[in-house]
Design a protein around this ligand. Structure first.
Ligand SMILES: [Zn+2]
Length: 90
């Protein structure tokens, strides 16, 4: 086993499949695995390869979301991150 242990850059800078540049942003994405139905997640920070639509998500986040066995089936850049409207008095 000569694998390099995962370094801190869990999200690469270019696509490992097509070497395309990755678009780092926030995405809405769907994941599915063998046992569960497709699940949608919103506002996931990650990096998307535009040419091949491969979504790279931080491994730690993948674990938190319970998606270790899942694969991304769909991803689209979140148009805008919705934020609770600041209804401050003015
Ligand atoms: Zn790619």
């Amino acid at each position: 086993m000569s694998d390099l242990t995962r370094d801190r850059h869990s999200v690469p800078e270019s696509c490992r499949f097509c070497s395309g540049l990755l678009l780092t942003s926030v995405f809405d994405a769907a994941f599915r695995d063998q046992v569960s139905e497709e699940r949608l997640f919103f506002a996931i920070p990650g990096a998307l390869c535009v040419p091949c639509r491969q979504l790279y998500v931080d491994q730690q986040l993948i674990s938190i979301l319970g998606l270790d066995e899942a694969r991304c089936t769909f991803a689209i850049e979140s148009d805008r991150v919705l934020q609770a409207g600041a209804s401050g008095a003015a």
